[in-house]
Structures are given as structure tokens and as C-alpha cells.
Ligand binder design. Sequence first.
Ligand code: NAP
Length: 194
Amino acid sequence: MKVLLLGSNGQLGWELQRTRPDNITLTTSDFPKINFCNTGSINQCINSTRPDCIINAAAYTAVDKAEQEKDLAYRINHKAVLEIAELCRKNTISLIHISTDFIFNGRNFKPYQPDDTPDPESVYGKSKLKGEQAVRKILDDQALIIRTAWLYSAHGNNFVKTMLKLMKEKQNLSIIDERHMALPKPYGQLLKKT
Ligand SMILES: NC(=O)c1ccc[n+]([C@@H]2O[C@H](COP(=O)([O-])OP(=O)(O)OC[C@H]3O[C@@H](n4cnc5c(N)ncnc54)[C@H](OP(=O)(O)O)[C@@H]3O)[C@@H](O)[C@H]2O)c1
């Protein structure tokens, strides 16, 4: 199967490349480098690659900065995703699209389920939700949307790396402590067995 990986230089994209199964032919969007702000670049990348499946791990991920760069966040997280979904529909390409827990407001007292009502509060969350909605509307069952949270990788910046750096610099740290992660049932059961 020929898979085109978008965002191959990001945390997730990097790890997906590193852990690629042998039966997958992975093409990255590095050559020619895709620009999500440019419709022509998106068309060119997908039309020249002609994959069976696209994994979209690319996104505008600067959560705080997005409040000032609203147009850019929406261009990358919504409009570009819509354009990619349209190309997938036209060329019968499956799409795996990565989304985020930021599409929820975080005030639930129990773990979120896929059908819970989204209510994003930040520009980042709102732009990612618009991207999800475009994928669903255009591709329906031809797409899989994965909402992940708190990614960590040796490549790129993340919470763990920030903490390691701050722990070297400071005596005391103030860190949020109201985030809880729950594993979906099958994974919870699986972990108990192993
Ligand atoms: N990080 C988290 O904790 C977290 C949590 C929940 C969900 N997610 C979601 O998981 C996915 C992957 O996140 P990540 O942490 O791996 O992201 P990341 O490390 O910030 O990487 C983002 C990727 O998007 C690419 N990109 C950004 N702007 C682009 C543009 N204009 N045109 C083309 N490519 C562009 C970047 O390319 P360059 O490197 O070339 O700029 C990079 O490869 C995203 O959908 C994100 O919303 C992440």
C-alpha cells in the first residue's frame, strides 16, 4: 500500500516514519515540500504522488500563538484539510486525519466519548474542529479521524522536554494538575492481562 505522510517532520510524523511497517510504502511530503497555505502546492503534492492513503499529521499546533494568528491557523487546520479531503474524494484516496482533544472544552468529569458534543474554546481547537467537520462531510466512511492528546517524541518540542529543561533551571515548578487520561475499555482490559 502506498501511503503519503503529511507533516513528516513533526513529532507524530517523525515517529510514524520511524515505525513504518514493512508492507507500507511511505512517501513523505518533503520532496516536493507541501505548503498547506497554497492550494496549488497541495494539488501538486497529492496529484504527483497518487497514494492509496494519506495520513495527515500536519497542523498548525502553536496553541497560544493561534490566538494572534487566527487566519493562518484556520488556513492550515481547516481550509487545507478541506482541500485535501476534496482531492481524496475525487481520487478515491483514504484519509487518516489527526485531530485533538482541544475540540472539547475540557470541563467533562468523565472521559470523553467520540460522540460527545464538541465545544472548543481556543482558536486552535475551533480550527481543528472545522477541519474534522470538513473531513466528515466530504469523505464520511472514506476517512478515519483520530483525536489524540499530549504527544511525546524525542523529536520536536513537548511537555516532557519542557519539564526536563525547567527541572534543571528551577527549584520549584507550578504545573497544571487537573488533567486526567483514561484508557478506552479494550485497552484497559488489554493492559490488565499483560
Ligand atoms: N502535540 C500534541 O501534544 C498534540 C496533542 C493533540 C493533538 N495533536 C495533533 O497531532 C497532530 C501532530 O502533532 P505534532 O505534535 O506532531 O505536530 P508538530 O510537531 O507541531 O508538527 C506539525 C507538522 O505540520 C507541518 N506544517 C505546519 N504548517 C505547515 C504548512 N503550512 N504546510 C505544510 N506543513 C505544515 C510541520 O512542517 P514543518 O516542520 O516543515 O514546519 C510539521 O511537520 C496534529 O494534527 C496536532 O493537531 C497534537
